[in-house]
Write a protein that binds this ligand. Structure first.
Ligand SMILES: [Zn+2]
Length: 80
């Protein structure tokens, strides 16, 4: 996966996959595009840091899935 790969877009106070974003704007959003609140539309890059899994606010598709293996190992150790 390329660090600069766009995973999705942030607008309307939520994250959205590329498919739903293209449906809404009709094209890949640029600097001139705004969401319904007049805010700029931000791309979500693969290099961004996520604290939790992120899903599309429209279709529920996965935008970023957190690797949960590490956290599971940690909790097992703490419980024992
Ligand atoms: Zn979607």
């Amino acid at each position: 996966m390329n660090a600069w790969e766009v995973l999705g877009w942030a607008y309307d106070a939520d994250l959205h996959c590329e498919g739903c974003t293209h449906k809404r704007f009709g094209h890949e959003p640029g600097e001139d595009d705004e969401d319904s609140e007049g805010n700029p539309v931000h791309p979500i890059f693969a290099s961004d840091e996520f604290e939790q899994s992120e899903y599309c606010g429209d279709c529920g598709g996965v935008i970023y899935e957190l690797d949960e293996e590490d956290s599971e190992e940690d909790s097992e150790g703490e419980e024992a």
